[in-house]
Structures are given as structure tokens and as C-alpha cells.
Write a protein that binds this ligand. Structure first.
Ligand code: HDD
Length: 712
């Protein structure tokens, strides 16, 4: 069977197993084998290219407004756009499924989605950036949204999280302020998809509760390599309710199987221009190449009696629960294994609400979550209309039975004469029931009605310090560079001054380094002592994949005419078996001729996927240069040299054999980088991520070269 036929069969079986995909199938129109264009009212039309006119056949007269076919086409086009999301406008989604791994959660909840190991729950996830418009670039520095919809038989559960475990503000009433501050400035709508401007740093400089989250966004977390290599966090504190009616506080964690990896800033900047859809393509490519991304789903749990036993308030979304104090318990896993059929009806129209939970899962008094529970439903009304939950991507897979009626774009036809409760025919109508229903947890509350925040909400720097202390030295350096970049873009000098003063509350060295770079206030002594504590799970280094892998990594093979054909074939086969993808990059897009092979009469050719300028090194994870006489022309080609130097500067793995290694030596030209280019030497040398071997014997060297993880 061809691989395309196999994929088609796999899709069919996946759809029949997945209740949400089956449901979506009912809303899907397959236009591929259809003929006969029609209007929206279903009448066939003969011509979609010419407006009805008065004409003698030689000359055009006036176009006639009477042309209902042309009018319909233009009307439909004029109204194609809906308001983009007020935040998280740019996003990308995929379908998948979730499975509880064990019954570890049943101590805490009776929700079958988290406890029933025989169940496979369909999910849809939309990843996003926050600040940019729908057309902005994927690799900007920003928080990434991680919004999950679980289609369970008990109703939809939306877990609307981010790739960062804390938030900028503690109370939802501040949300419009932080978003106005980060979005383009109101007078000129500049800058797009950037926090590097006066207003963001002005606001956060005056709002110390943001300090912790600002450190996360300025760290490597703000520029992920891929959606597939991001952690996800529910951020807010939710609650779980078990069958004994006991309640626990909970935070949700999503941990990627591939580890947590980032771009370097120079790459991220360049990719914004070279390929603004980098993350979208990356997710599609992985799913379509049969490498569905996978995450472990974990919970941190705090018993009700321990709520006040921490030196931070566990309901404060600017604080995380250090894993040393509250370990993450893995309870499930999920994969994304199906791309969408059409972007707008699925990814654009999907709509999430934090208030949508299922029995066994509840809220807490986290004041950010309380406000979110109001805001999301409200925004969907303005974006999609009151009947947004009837849209195919949003509707639950279980029955929706109630007396809500009408509204714009209602798609339901209810066949009864009673749209209220109580009514005279209780028996045949949906009636409130306690069986399987969502029941609020009964908890006692008391206090004065007042506009305040709890006492522990007043402390803002301990965890920012904890985060900074926990970073590896290179992560700290990246954070200093990022803050320096951003504050340098604030042309009102008061802004970097205020911010660098605030930074001294987090760390003296950090404040000194940034202030020196941006003309800020250079401190003479720390504003407060550094407590020196660390938490291992706050560094990305903590999240390397359990088994090192190069699956789904993109490897560029640099060649020119007279390359060694056998080297290329061998490395491609090895990389394919490790599920990495290879791309041939040459001096032109088209056939590149190999040097003659032993015993061959015709020189083989390989078609280059791209010209050196057509794709840059930034779009790949590693480079390989085969042996062959092509090394001479590569060494004279400035673009080829730039490829290698740029990749080396971005700390990527670079491999080469024999004469290919001689080219690397010429391009990198640093005495400290040891490169073997002596074609008589069979040993592999690894130096600063450059892996070279002089003499290649099929099967051995190639394996050595590709075994290296580009991130190691
Ligand atoms: Fe929000 C969208 C995540 C606080 C109000 N938010 C939105 C999305 C994500 C988050 C991932 C995109 C959903 C999608 O893909 O459609 N938001 C968060 C997290 C927060 C948070 C992790 C802090 C814990 N948000 C937050 C607050 C408010 C909002 C405090 C308002 C009081 N968020 C919205 C919104 C959006 C939204 C305006 C815009 C589009 C949408 O809801 O559907 O209502």
C-alpha cells in the first residue's frame, strides 16, 4: 500500500475512533469531486468571472446592480472578517486526544476525564502569541498561549493556559491595563508584536507584581523553538473534588516529551523576517511526517488544610508552587495527531472559556481566575455571537438540552412548545437533575466587602529572585541581553531608569548589568538581600527529553557540484531512520551533479530543495557537509560560508566528512575549534558542536555524526 493510501486509511480509522472528529465530519463539505458552482441558495451558475453588463459584445456598457450573482459574491467577501481576538490573536491549532495514565487523580477528583484510564478524550489545542495581530510573526518575544479544549461526555472542559506558569497581574481588574500597555501604543500603533517599547516597561516598572512574570518572558521561555517543545501551565489555582466531597487545590502542568527548547534571540529576530509562519509550519510538518507531539499531563496538589502554610498565597497567580514543596504528579498524557481541515472554522472560530469545567473540577478564589471566568464568555459574544457554542468546533460531543433560545445565528430547531421551566410537562422535557450534574463545592465564606488584596499578595520579589537564581549561567546571560534589548528600545529615559531600579530588588548583578547596558540607574548595593534559594525545575535544562532524540529536527545538507554522492545517501538514510528531516541546500535550486562514483559512467545528481539564499541556516537545527571536491567551490562561496558561520554562532550541531570538513575549517576559521579534515583519519572529533571525521566508512561515521542531539 502506498504511504498516501496508508495515511488516508489511518485518518479514516482515527476519525471513526474520535467522537469529536466524527462530529466535525457532519459539518465538513468535501469539494474535491464536486462540479457545478452554485450560489449560496443552491442555484447553479454559469459564470463567476463577468459581472452582468449592458454590452454589444464589442464594447462594455454599465455594470448592472441587478446581477444578484455578482452581488452575492461581493457581499460574502466584504463580510469575511470577524474581530480578531483582543489578545492571543495569532494562533495555530491541532486535534488530538488525552488519556489518563493511572488512577492517581482519583484521590482528588471524580472527573472521569482525569481518572478513567480506558477513556480517550478528544482534544483541540490552540497555541498563540499574546501581543501581536493575526498577521504578526510566530517567533517574536512573547508569552505563548496553550489553550486546551477537552470534549468529554460530561461536557467540554477548557483549560486556558500559557507556556509560563505565572502571570503579570494578581487581580483581573488590571487586565485591560497590562494589555493596553503591551499592545502597540495608541497614538501611532507602533510597535507590532513587541514588548520593547515605553508603555510596557513604564507600566511594569510601576507595577512590581509583574516582576516575576517579566523575568520569565525575558528568559528563553519567551522565544520557544517550537510549540512542540514548550511546557504548558494552567497558571491559575483550580480545585479538584473527589467522590467523598473533599476539595484540593490544584495546578495543571503539561510537559513535552521532546524537552523544553528555545531559539537564540538572533535566530528569532531573523526568522521573523525569513519565515513568519515558522511555528505553524513546524507543528504541521511534525504531525504530517508521523511524529505527533506528546506531553505528559501532571498536577500539583495542596490539601485544603495547608492553604495558608506557605510564605506565598497559593491563590496568587504571580506565584508558582515550587516543585520542591509541591511535586508534580503525572496523571495523563496527550498527543496532537491531526491538522485542521480549514483554518477559519476550526482554529479561528474555536473559543475557550475558563468557566467551562466539568463535574469534579472547580474554581478557587484566585482573583485572576474569578475575573477570567467572566471575561471569556463575554469576548466570544463580541467575536462570534451569542450562539458561538453551536459552531462545529465548539459544540460538545454530548447532548446540549436546555431552554436557551434564539439569538443571532441560532442553528438549533427544538421540537417542543415549552421553552421554560417549570412547565406542565416535566416528564418529557429537560429538567434539572442532580445525577451527574455540576455541583458547586459548599464552602463557607465570610468577610467584609472591600476592595483589597490579601496580605501575602503584597510581596513581589521572592519568586522573581528564585527564578533568576535557578537559571543556568547561559540562561542568565540571555535574560540580561533580552532586558537590555527591550529597555534600549524605550526612548523615554525615565522608563529604563525606573525599571533598573526595580530590578535591584531581584538581583544586584542583574540590575547592574542591565543598567550599565541601557543607561539605567546603576545600583551601588542590593536593594534587598538575595535569599540564594533555587528550584531546579525553573531552568529549561531540567527538561531535556528522557531519551535523547533528533526526531523531527531539520537537518540541512550543504552541497555544490562534485559532492560525494555516497556520503549524502548514507547520512540521509541514517537521519530518516532517526525520523529527522533532511533538506538539500545548494548553489541553485535544481539538479546538483555529484563527483563520479567508483565504477560509474554517469555522474549521479541530487535535486537541491533550496538555493543558499532561498533558506537560511536559522530555519534548520543542524548542518551536514559531505565530502567531495565540491569543498573547493563551497570555500569560495560567500553564502555557503555565511551558512556555516551563522549556524556555528547559533550553537548548532555541524557535521562534516573529509573534504567537507576542510570547508568547515576554512569557514569557521577559529584556532580553538578542532576539525579533522585529513581524509586518512577515521576518528570522530567533536569540538564546540562541530563533529568531523576524516575518513568515512559507510554506516559507521554517519551514525556517529547523527547520534548527537543538536541541543547537547
Ligand atoms: Fe486570557 C484569551 C491565557 C488572563 C481575558 N487568554 C486567552 C488565550 C489564552 C489565554 C491562551 C487564547 C485562547 C484562544 O486560543 O482562543 N489569560 C490566559 C492566562 C491568563 C489570562 C494563562 C492568566 C492566568 N485573560 C486573562 C485575564 C483576562 C483574560 C485576567 C481578563 C480579565 N484572554 C482574555 C480574553 C481572551 C483571552 C480577552 C481573548 C480572546 C479570548 O479570550 O477568547 O477574554
Amino acid at each position: 500500500m502506498s504511504s498516501a493510501a496508508q495515511t488516508a486509511m489511518d485518518n479514516v480509522s482515527r476519525i471513526s475512533d474520535n467522537p469529536k472528529l466524527r462530529d466535525l465530519k457532519n459539518a465538513t463539505i468535501d469539494l474535491t469531486n464536486e462540479s457545478g458552482l452554485t450560489t449560496d441558495h443552491g442555484v447553479k451558475i454559469p459564470d463567476t468571472d463577468n459581472w452582468l453588463k449592458v454590452s454589444d459584445g464589442q464594447h462594455n456598457g454599465p455594470s448592472l446592480l441587478e446581477d444578484q450573482i455578482a452581488r452575492e459574491k461581493i457581499h460574502r467577501f466584504d463580510h469575511e472578517r470577524i474581530p480578531e481576538r483582543v489578545v492571543h490573536a495569532r494562533g495555530f491549532g491541532a486535534h488530538g486526544h488525552f488519556r489518563a495514565l493511572n488512577d492517581g487523580a482519583s484521590k482528588y477528583t471524580f472527573a472521569p476525564v482525569l481518572t478513567d484510564t480506558s477513556r480517550e478524550t478528544p482534544i483541540f489545542i490552540r497555541f498563540s502569541t499574546v501581543a501581536g495581530s493575526r498577521g504578526s510573526a510566530d517567533t517574536v518575544r512573547d508569552v505563548r498561549g496553550f489553550a486546551m479544549k477537552f470534549y468529554t461526555p460530561e461536557g467540554n472542559w477548557d483549560l486556558v493556559g500559557n507556556d509560563i506558569p505565572v502571570f503579570f497581574i494578581q487581580d483581573a481588574i488590571k487586565f485591560p491595563d497590562i494589555i493596553h500597555a503591551v499592545k502597540p501604543e495608541p497614538h501611532n500603533e507602533i510597535p507590532q508584536a513587541q514588548s520593547a517599547h515605553n508603555n510596557f516597561w513604564d507600566f511594569t516598572g510601576l507595577q512590581p507584581e509583574s516582576a516575576h512574570m517579566v523575568c520569565w518572558v525575558m528568559s528563553d521561555r519567551g522565544i520557544p523553538r517550537s510549540y512542540r517543545m514548550m511546557q504548558g501551565f494552567g497558571v491559575n489555582t483550580y480545585t479538584l473534588i473527589n467522590k467523598n466531597g473533599e476539595r484540593h487545590f490544584v495546578k495543571f502542568h503539561m510537559t513535552p516529551e521532546l524537552g523544553v527548547h528555545s531559539l537564540v534571540w538572533d535566530e528569532a529576530l531573523k526568522i521573523c523576517g525569513e519565515d513568519p509562519d515558522f511555528h505553524r509550519k513546524d507543528l504541521n510538518e511534525a504531525i504530517e511526517n508521523g511524529c505527533p507531539p506528546k506531553w505528559t499531563f501532571g498536577i500539583q496538589v495542596i490539601e485544603e488544610k495547608d492553604e495558608h502554610n506557605f510564605d506565598f498565597d497559593i491563590l496568587d497567580a504571580t506565584k508558582l508552587w515550587p516543585e520542591e514543596l509541591v511535586p508534580v504528579q503525572p496523571i495523563g498524557e496527550f498527543v496532537l495527531d491531526r491538522t485542521v481541515d480549514e483554518f477559519f472554522p476550526e482554529t479561528e472560530q474555536v473559543a475557550f472559556c475558563t468557566s467551562h469545567v466539568v463535574p469534579g473540577i472547580g474554581f478557587s478564589d484566585d482573583p485572576l481566575l474569578q475575573g477570567r471566568n467572566f471575561s471569556y464568555f463575554d469576548t466570544q459574544i463580541s467575536r462570534l455571537g451569542i450562539n458561538w457554542e453551536q459552531l462545529p468546533i465548539n459544540r460538545p460531543t454530548c447532548p446540549v438540552l436546555n431552554h436557551h433560545r434564539d439569538g443571532k445565528m441560532n442553528h438549533h430547531i427544538n421540537t417542543n412548545n415549552l421553552n421554560y421551566y417549570p412547565n406542565r410537562k416535566d416528564v418529557c422535557h429537560p429538567v434539572p437533575t442532580s445525577e451527574g450534574s455540576y455541583m458547586e463545592f459548599k464552602n463557607k465564606t465570610e468577610g467584609m466587602k472591600q476592595r483589597v488584596r490579601g496580605a501575602k499578595f503584597q510581596e513581589h520579589f521572592n519568586q522573581a529572585q528564585l527564578f533568576y537564581n535557578s537559571l543556568a549561567p547561559h540562561e542568565k546571560a540571555h535574560l540580561i541581553d533580552a532586558m537590555s534589548f527591550e529597555l534600549s528600545h524605550c526612548d523615554d529615559l525615565d522608563v529604563p531608569r525606573t525599571y533598573t531600579k526595580l530590578l535591584n530588588n531581584i538581583d544586584f548583578d542583574l540590575a547592574k548589568a542591565v543598567a550599565t547596558n541601557v543607561n539605567g540607574i546603576i545600583p551601588e548595593k542590593p536593594a534587598r538581600p538575595n535569599h540564594g534559594k533555587k528550584s531546579a525545575a525553573l531552568s529549561q535544562d531540567h527538561f531535556l527529553p528522557k531519551t535523547p532524540t533528533i526526531a523531527t529536527r531539520r537537518i540541512a545538507i550543504l552541497i555544490a557540484d562534485d559532492f560525494n554522492y555516497t556520503d549524502v545517501q548514507a547520512i540521509r538514510a541514517s537521519l530518516a531512520s532517526a525520523k529527522a528531516t533532511t533538506w538539500i541546500i545548494g548553489p541553485r535550486r535544481g539538479d546538483i551533479v555529484a563527483e563520479s562514483q567508483l565504477g560509474g559512467t554517469v555522474n549521479p545528481t541530487i535535486t537541491a530543495d533550496h538555493h543558499f539564499e532561498g533558506q537560511r541556516s536559522t530555519l534548520f537545527d543542524a548542518i551536514f557537509v559531505p565530502g567531495g571536491a565540491h569543498a573547493k567551490s563551497l570555500s569560495k562561496n560567500g553564502r555557503a560560508i555565511h551558512w556555516v558561520r551563522e549556524a556555528f554562532g547559533h550553537c548548532k550541531a555541524i557535521g562534516a566528512i573529509g573534504d567537507g570538513a576542510a570547508f568547515l575549517k576554512h569557514a569557521i576559521n577559529l584556532p580553538e575549534v578542532e576539525i579533522v579534515s585529513d581524509v586518512s583519519k577515521p576518528e570522530v572529533v567533536v569540538s564546540y558542536g562541530v563533529v568531523t571525521i576524516g575518513k568515512y566508512s559507510a554506516g559507521s561515521a554517519a551514525k556517529d555524526v547523527i547520534r548527537l542531539d543538536p541541543n547537547s
